[in-house]
Design a binder for this molecule. Structure first.
Ligand SMILES: [Zn+2]
Length: 443
């Protein structure tokens, strides 16, 4: 972003010398209902929003090198603090000068606080409903629910001060606190880092969820204080987002949104607001959570929705005023042969927005995944070749399918931004989700 782009120089972002201390800027550029386009400017460049954030769990989009990720139109990446803390260790990343140099990605990067994996790889495993298994356990593809949580037992031990957990890598015991999470995220050096929070599961009742949200608020304040009191380690500013919790309970969600949005330490608040935790066990429940939460948030800061990235949810979240969201789904599905498409070959809309390339009907299909797609995979390779690679467990098949899905998401987000700018978002949403006039946003 340069001063030449015509916006108010006072809001031109940290590249402007006068704003050298700004951690992040967000400018709303157009509105269509509650949906909005914007420009999010970080220490590593600007992102046009609404934007999909691809998840590079281990500082890697699996088999896809960073220049190839960039060519798909992907604007920003999300890496996982828990995984990188355990392996290779935050100081190994810090020795490179942070994640950008470590993974050779010069664009914006977000990290989570570690809290989600601590709970989903511990408590979530105990419940059988971790978000890792399925974001919407009520929609049928989750692992069977296990016994209820055993607070204080098993893999994760939560107290007021800290969370003690067992490494899924080698079984070693570790302790995370809000302060520790911020220190690790300072070492990793992402442009946007998250406050440490407790993630509840859909099996937790309202009383537990409310008590947990209250603890998350105390941890948010400790995270904010640790952030304010610690300088960046790699010579560029980082920004901190607070995380709204509250499960699928209206009163808890609304209170959490107000609390996190208004929190201040030494006159400084959060640079952005994330909506996290248990979002309910169906898409409709998640939409309700957004209906309660977003109206409680101030208009200025950017809003991130954690762990959501399927096509219907993207439209519904953008419609409610969400600016960015991350999900492993497009890349994980690709590795299993699930490629994103809007229409089937006969022109009928695909309710699931994807096709399994491993299907036998593609064995001798010489067409690309999508004739209209301009990604490097569709320009060069047939479905038959991709199916062959995937069936033979050739890593190239996973890479090529991932490239297509990242390109699909980037294209979808560009189309959404153009529609908001033109004041026709509702038309675009209807065309994608209910092409025959039916309400059919269930896969
Ligand atoms: Zn393609």
């Amino acid at each position: 972003m340069t001063p030449a782009d015509g916006n108010d120089p006072a809001r031109a972002g940290y590249h402007d010398a006068a704003m050298a201390d700004a951690r992040l800027t967000f400018d709303v550029l157009a509105r269509d209902g509650a949906a909005r386009t914007g420009r999010l400017t970080t220490a590593h460049g600007s992102v046009a929003t609404p934007a999909f954030v691809a998840v590079a769990t281990q500082a890697s989009l699996k088999s896809v090198p960073p220049e190839t990720v960039d060519a798909t139109g992907t604007q920003l990446l999300f890496a996982n603090t828990y995984h990188l803390y355990l392996r290779p260790g935050a100081e190994v990343v810090a020795a490179h000068g942070g994640l950008h140099r470590f993974m050779a990605w010069d664009g914006p990067i977000l990290t989570d606080s570690g809290g989600f994996q601590v709970f989903s790889l511990g408590a979530g495993i105990e419940h059988g409903v971790g978000k890792v298994a399925s974001i919407f356990p009520g929609e049928g593809d989750a692992a069977p629910a296990g016994p209820p949580a055993r607070p204080g037992g098993g893999l994760v031990r939560v107290s007021e001060d800290e969370v003690e957990f067992t490494s899924h890598v080698d079984g070693s015991r570790h302790v995370f606190t809000p302060e520790r999470s911020i220190a690790v995220q300072r070492a990793l050096g992402a442009d946007v880092v998250l406050a440490f929070d407790e993630c509840t599961s859909p099996l937790h009742d309202e009383a537990y969820t409310a008590a947990s949200a209250a603890r998350t608020h105390r941890w948010a304040e400790r995270s904010l204080r640790a952030f304010v009191e610690s300088p960046p380690r790699h010579g560029y500013p980082q920004a901190l987002y607070g995380v709204v919790q509250g499960g699928a309970f209206e009163a808890v969600r609304r209170a959490s949104a107000r609390e996190i949005a208004s929190m201040q330490v030494d006159g400084q608040g959060f640079d952005g607001l994330a909506i996290g935790g248990n979002l309910g066990d169906t898409r409709e429940a998640m939409y309700r959570v957004l209906d309660w939460t977003v109206p409680e948030l101030p208009d200025g800061p950017p809003r991130h929705l954690l762990g959501i990235g399927d096509v219907p949810s993207v439209f519904e979240a953008v419609e409610r005023g969400v600016d960015t969201f991350d999900s492993v789904a497009p890349t994980r599905n690709a590795r299993n042969g699930g490629v994103l498409r809007r229409f089937d070959d006969d022109g009928t809309p695909l309710a699931s927005f994807r096709t399994n390339l491993k299907n036998a009907r593609f064995r001798d299909d010489l067409r690309p995944i999508d004739e209209a797609c301009t990604c490097s995979t569709c320009r060069r390779f047939s479905r038959a070749y991709l199916r062959h690679l995937l069936k033979a467990n050739e890593q190239l098949g996973q890479q090529l399918a991932t490239v297509h899905n990242l390109h699909f998401m980037a294209d979808l987000m560009r189309e959404i931004r153009e529609a908001i700018d033109a004041g026709r978002f509702a038309d675009l949403k209807r065309a994608w989700l209910a092409p025959d006039g039916a309400v059919s946003d269930r896969a």
